[in-house]
Design a protein around this ligand. Structure first.
Ligand code: HEM
Length: 426
């Protein structure tokens, strides 16, 4: 057997950087279908291995997780500026201590207590809706999920202008992470317009976080939100510096709201296109809630609603690929994969592979030790928001809204334009 795994032909210098950068979704999907389980190509100057066999993905994330680390090439200057040593990007023993420290904030019993508050944020949104209104559904969902994450994780209520500041500063961040050929090839210190806007956005978000920390310092006794846990740890553990607190908060703010907002956005989009499924979801919500606002207990009985959200995440995974690098030479799909190479595990691709379509191998929240810490919060949140809205309204694509979606590949998979939907009272 050849020792070099198959893959698309690389161009000199560029490799396949240009094809990936132009449209990573089509590139990933084509490779997933054309090569059986493993394909290799060059991205920037990195030898990249696209792993699409679910058994190998399970090995990388779960059963052989100790042989793989977070991909160091993904830790660009921009990622460092934004997320620093927060929980998503850190590694080794440092990460293990961080994860343990954060865990109590995500305890299922604690998270369940926020059910009613989450529904309350959705109700406030509905107060501003009228029959026939057209709303951009992705920012509408993000407004709620920003408020939820700040309340649940930082123990503070965010006012509307600050929520807007957070939302306004997200776009320049996303733009910075869209793969562009120039980005792989230009040194990072070149001050492009995007970089300047990115730095300004990071500064603005830091301003919001700093003021949250100032408000909370000294009031954290006994509270179990993440910010309180971190502020208490500052008195006891040297490694919890002001900078680490900032990194943890920035990581939670970003990882903790955008993904959930997107999963809801794509759920609304799909429900609008499948009225028969939508009717069954409405029936379930009406049966379980009996006209009352949803509680965290009700969520357990919203079985179809949960499956619909999961199916939306299968088709439109907010995190569209996971990256790792082997910390030693490994074998994947029958080929040698050297230590330090870039390993891509693409949800977008595997979730749409006809080989698994009938029984999809879903991994929307990742797996193994680095699996998503916000998984339960996010599902509770999505179900509460969906049930609160769907109890009252159905959403239809606005007449001017194309049914075909284009995506922007930033840190997460965004619609390239806001999805405009018309509000109809049920
Ligand atoms: C639909 C919603 C969500 C999706 C699809 C999602 C997806 C993911 C995925 C795929 C990973 C693994 C990344 C990797 O292995 O490299 C991850 C990790 C993570 N997620 Fe989520 N997530 C969601 C919601 C949330 C929420 C609500 C929070 C916070 C409250 C959160 C915080 C995090 C953090 C901090 C990590 C890093 C964990 C670690 O490495 O220890 N996520 N998420």
């Amino acid at each position: 057997m050849s020792t070099q795994p198959p893959g698309p032909q690389d161009l000199p210098v560029l490799g396949n950087t240009h094809r990936y950068s132009r449209d990573p979704f089509t590139f990933i999907e084509t490779l997933t279908r054309s090569y059986n389980g493993l394909a290799t190509f060059t991205l920037g100057s990195e030898s990249t291995y696209l792993v699409t066999d679910p058994t190998d993905i399970e090995r990388v994330l779960v059963s052989e997780a100790s042989r793989f680390r977070k991909a160091q090439t993904m830790r660009t200057g921009s990622i460092d500026d934004l997320l620093g040593d927060g929980l998503l990007m850190s590694g080794g023993e440092f990460w293990r201590r961080q994860r343990q420290r954060a865990q109590p904030a995500f305890a299922p019993g604690r998270v369940a207590n926020f059910g009613e508050e989450i529904a309350g944020y959705a109700e406030t949104m509905l107060d501003g809706w009228n029959e026939g209104d057209v709303v951009a559904i992705d920012p509408a969902m993000a407004r709620i999920t920003v408020k939820v994450i700040v309340s649940v994780m930082f123990g503070t209520e965010l006012d509307d202008p600050t929520t807007e500041t957070v939302q306004n500063n997200l776009e320049p961040l996303g733009k910075m992470f869209e793969p562009k050929a120039a980005q792989f090839l230009l040194p990072e210190w070149v001050p492009t317009r995007e970089r300047i806007e990115f730095e300004r956005a990071v500064d603005n978000l830091e301003g919001v976080l700093d003021s949250l920390v100032r408000q909370r310092r000294g009031t954290e006794d006994g509270e179990m939100d993440l910010l309180s846990i971190l502020l208490r740890a500052q008195g006891e553990v040297d490694e919890v510096t002001d900078e680490l607190v900032r990194d943890e908060l920035m990581t939670m703010l970003l990882a903790g709201h955008d993904t959930t907002a997107l999963s809801l956005t794509y759920t609304w989009y799909l429900l609008a296109q499948h009225p028969e499924i939508e009717r069954r979801v409405h029936d379930e919500i009406d049966d379980v809630l009996g006209g009352e606002p949803p509680t965290a207990d009700d969520v357990r009985d919203l079985d179809l609603t949960e499956r619909v959200i999961q199916e939306a995440m299968r088709l439109y995974p907010p995190v569209y690929t996971i990256f790792r690098e082997p910390s030693e030479d490994v074998r994947l799909g029958g080929y040698d994969v050297p230590e330090g190479s870039l390993v891509m595990l693409p949800q977008w691709g595997v979730h749409r592979d006809p080989r698994w379509y009938d029984d999809p191998e879903t991994f929307p929240f990742g797996g193994g030790p680095r699996h998503c810490i916000g998984k339960h919060l996010s599902m509770l949140e999505a179900q509460m928001i969906l049930a609160t809205v769907a109890q009252n309204y159905r959403l239809r694509l606005a007449p001017e809204q194309s049914a075909e979606l284009d995506f922007a590949p930033s840190l997460t998979m965004h619609p390239s334009e806001p999805i405009r939907m018309e509000v109809q009272r049920r």
